[in-house]
Design a binder for this molecule. Structure first.
Ligand code: FCA
Length: 323
């Protein structure tokens, strides 16, 4: 009995000591230069301020930097981290390294997978509903093709592809499926694989697709994010294909899209399905904070929604998305 009491008292003391430790959380992103990730960080900072924890932001462009960042967080006595990894196949390495360092981990945007491509169930995840959001892209483009009264046989669709990333494949396949459902000919869809998910690589990929398919009168473009579609739009411009003959719809709605939609004259970047950097940055951080402080375990998977934003409705969409 005495021993039990003593053990209980020790446990209570340990818990109290733990609770008193300042909370420190890492937020690791694969492409720190991308406006979407800048926004996530900004909202994570907001969560840190609201809840009173320290946020450590680290860019992890490759596996080596990612592993070093996790060890570094442990050395600084952080208790956990949110991560969008440079390669989802590093999932097992993330899981092991977090466990070894006694860090809690939540993934954001890109779901981590094991060697066979299966999602790692022990790591809670918040991502976008990729296929549904991709469909919104395709539906938005199909509506614009109809509004312009283009003959679909004369339209080429560039799918800027990054199929090794599951969410990227889901997004672009959702877009293509919606186009096909609207009567778009499957044979007019051209895959343009990009080596990295940024504008420069999308530009190079789209350029090849355009060169090889000069037969089309009009073009549309889809990709996993705004940067991918912007690459296609810029490549088309380089070949004299401007706003009246290009309808590109991205995914994201962060600064890159905003700049484009606010240029005085419309470009081939017709719109973007806006997704919630606020939820992805703020809510993942709060979920992790609650987990660390024993206030609650994060949901295993949260998939967030998007809204089609164009020049015509951008103010309204931003308001509705709370951003
Ligand atoms: C992926 C993409 C980003 C962003 C995010 C939600 O990580 O690479 O551009 O779209 O999903």
């Amino acid at each position: 009995m005495k021993r039990t009491l003593l053990a209980t008292a020790t446990l209570c003391l340990m818990a109290a000591a733990h609770a008193a430790e300042p909370v420190k959380i890492g937020f690791l992103v694969k492409q720190a230069e991308e406006p979407w990730f800048q926004d996530e960080w900004r909202y994570a900072e907001q969560a840190a301020k609201d809840k009173g924890f320290t946020l450590v932001k680290i860019g992890v462009p490759n596996g080596e930097k990612m592993m070093a960042a996790i060890d570094n967080l442990a050395a600084q006595k952080a208790q956990g981290f949110v991560i969008c990894a440079p390669d989802v196949k590093l999932g097992k390495a993330v899981e092991r390294s977090a466990a070894r360092n006694n860090l809690k981990v939540i993934s954001v945007d890109d779901r981590l997978v094991d060697g066979s491509g299966k999602p790692i169930a022990s790591i809670p995840h918040m991502g976008i509903s990729g296929y549904a959001i991709g469909k919104q892209v395709g539906e938005g483009i199909a509506a614009e093709i109809k509004a312009r009264k283009w003959n679909m046989a004369d339209v080429g669709a560039i799918r800027v592809a990054y199929d090794q990333l599951p969410t990227a494949k889901e997004r672009t396949m959702g877009a293509v499926d919606a186009l096909k459902a609207a009567g778009f000919p499957a044979a007019n869809v051209i895959d343009a694989p990009q080596a990295k998910t940024d504008t420069e690589n999308a530009f190079n990929a789209a350029n090849i697709a355009l060169t090889k398919n000069a037969r089309f009168k009009h073009w549309v473009a889809v990709g996993l994010n705004d940067e991918a579609v912007l690459g296609a739009v810029r490549a088309a411009e380089g070949r004299g294909i401007k706003a009246d003959n290009m309808v590109g719809v991205g995914i994201g709605g962060a600064k890159a899209a905003e700049n484009e939609l606010n240029k005085p004259a419309p470009t081939g970047f017709f719109g973007s399905v806006m997704i919630s950097a606020k939820e992805h940055g703020y809510q993942t951080s709060v979920n992790l904070y609650n987990w660390i402080t024993g206030k609650g375990v994060p949901p295993a998977e949260v998939l967030t929604k998007g809204m089609l934003m164009t020049r015509a409705n951008q103010a309204d969409v931003r308001k509705q998305m709370g951003q």
